[in-house]
Design a protein around this ligand. Structure first.
Ligand SMILES: [Zn+2]
Length: 447
């Protein structure tokens, strides 16, 4: 009895020490490899209405990024406010000194991460968090009052959606709470290779002819479909969750812009490349990058329908992109970002200074290390002393800044963290699928 009473007192004390969040809901939309030069052309043509509205009422800026520009590394830096040496995710999967994957090595998981992510930090502080498909968030961690749909997506889940049945038992530990998975099953089923998304993709991007001379585009098309099926599924999942309840912090990740950029730059701007690009190929695929951006604009619009007008909205990219491998006709990637070009950063909502699109020379307002500090600050929480970044609060009005004092740094934040969920190892077959996928992307050698 005394034990129960003590527990009750402890529970009450801990509940009291976590005052509820009273600010506007925050919606963070991650878009991989989003590039201003592509966006500006489409904005000028009036083809990105939802982005245009957001930039107009807020600010269109950019943020610097880090090396190497591998997605698991950067998106983990963004979600933790820590550099790779501290967060412990230096690549897609463990590699030897020559950069080759260590045999039997598995893609990095949430267990690899040595420091808390924003969903851990915010959840521990009593903020409600929803996270969909963020890199390296599988297995889904336990987040108090939170909802996590893990990301094996961007890695292996893409192949699962494409090659259904790789995981006969379904993807375990995909969600927290576990009960969430049941309600997502119909959406995941729609994302399978022969599901309804197939016709939708064909209508948006056309079909590649199965004939001689098209083997290379066919491969690109198959992988781009994987990305579309994965992203569209996550879009639908995010909308379903937002319609059920908008959390204090809501985050979702899409990879489409990056994959389109990698595969289709040579067809979009053939004149930039030092080899002939077949005209037929350019005709069919030259518009894929722009089309991917239009799709993302539509998804942005859809997500905005599910949150109130007074939501603080942020679109963030891990890096920009440009034409690359200019003299390599066989290289899988004709768009790249090895030199770490700045990523897109858009912020709009209550308290944000309306500045519109900043001029190119004044566009960089921060670094990917600043994102977690900014989210913490917006959520009324202290930033960790170990985080090198700063809150991007200078983008807010002076009235906002005066009424939202920056809290002192917390030296203990994130100390003693360890992932709460044990790793659940994928089958050998799933790992092979994953390896094949990232080889195709040109991230690792074919040997
Ligand atoms: Zn990329």
């Amino acid at each position: 009895m005394r034990g129960t009473l003590l527990l009750l007192i402890l529970l009450l004390t801990s509940a009291c020490s976590k005052p509820a969040y009273e600010g506007p809901p925050i919606l963070v939309i991650g878009m991989d490899g989003l590039e201003w030069s592509v966006m500006e052309k489409l904005l000028d043509q009036g083809e990105l209405p939802h982005f245009a509205k957001l930039i107009q009422k807020g600010v269109g800026a950019s943020i610097s990024t880090h090396q190497p520009t591998y997605s698991p590394v950067l998106w983990t830096t963004m979600a933790t406010g820590r550099e790779k040496e501290a967060h412990g995710v230096p690549h897609f999967l463990p590699v030897d000194q020559g950069g080759r994957p260590i045999p039997g090595g598995l893609p990095y998981t949430s267990n690899t991460r040595r420091v808390p992510a924003i969903w851990n930090l915010a959840g521990d502080a009593g903020r409600k968090v929803t996270s969909v498909a963020w890199w390296v968030s599988w297995p889904a961690e336990v987040v108090e009052q939170g909802r996590v749909v893990a990301s094996y997506a961007a890695q292996v889940q893409g192949n699962i959606l494409w090659k259904a049945g790789v995981w006969e038992e379904g993807l375990p530990q995909l969600t927290y709470p576990e009960s969430l998975q049941k309600s997502l099953t119909p959406l995941l089923a729609d994302g399978t290779p022969q599901g309804p998304l197939r016709a939708e993709y064909d209508a948006l991007f056309g079909t590649v002819p199965r004939k001689k001379g098209w083997a290379f585009p066919i491969q690109r098309d198959q992988l781009f479909r994987v990305s579309y099926h994965g992203d569209k599924t996550h879009y639908k999942i995010a909308r379903q969750l937002l319609q059920e309840e908008v959390s204090d912090l809501n985050m979702v990740y899409f990879g489409l812009s990056d994959v389109a950029g990698h595969f289709y730059w040579r067809y979009r701007e053939p004149g930039k490349f030092g080899y002939p690009v077949p005209l037929e190929h350019s005709k069919l695929m030259g518009g894929h990058i722009d089309q991917a951006y239009r799709v993302l604009d539509e998804w942005l619009g859809g997500l905005l329908e599910d949150v109130s007008e007074d939501t603080l909205v942020m679109v963030v990219s891990d890096h920009g992109m440009h034409a690359s491998n200019l003299t390599k006709p066989k290289h899988p990637q004709s768009g790249g970002h090895e030199d770490s070009p700045d990523g897109v950063f858009i912020l709009a909502g209550p308290g944000v200074q309306a500045q519109g699109l900043l001029t190119a020379d004044a566009r960089r307002v921060g670094d990917i290390l600043d994102l977690t500090p900014t989210w913490l600050d917006f959520l009324g929480l202290p930033i960790g002393t170990a985080m090198k970044g700063h809150s991007l609060r200078a983008l807010m009005t002076s009235a906002w800044q005066e009424s939202h004092a920056l809290l002192p740094r917390d030296a203990d934040l994130g100390e003693g963290f360890r992932a709460a969920t044990p790793a659940l190892e994928p089958s050998t077959n799933a790992n092979e699928q994953f390896l094949q996928g990232i080889k195709e992307m040109g991230y690792i050698g074919s040997d």
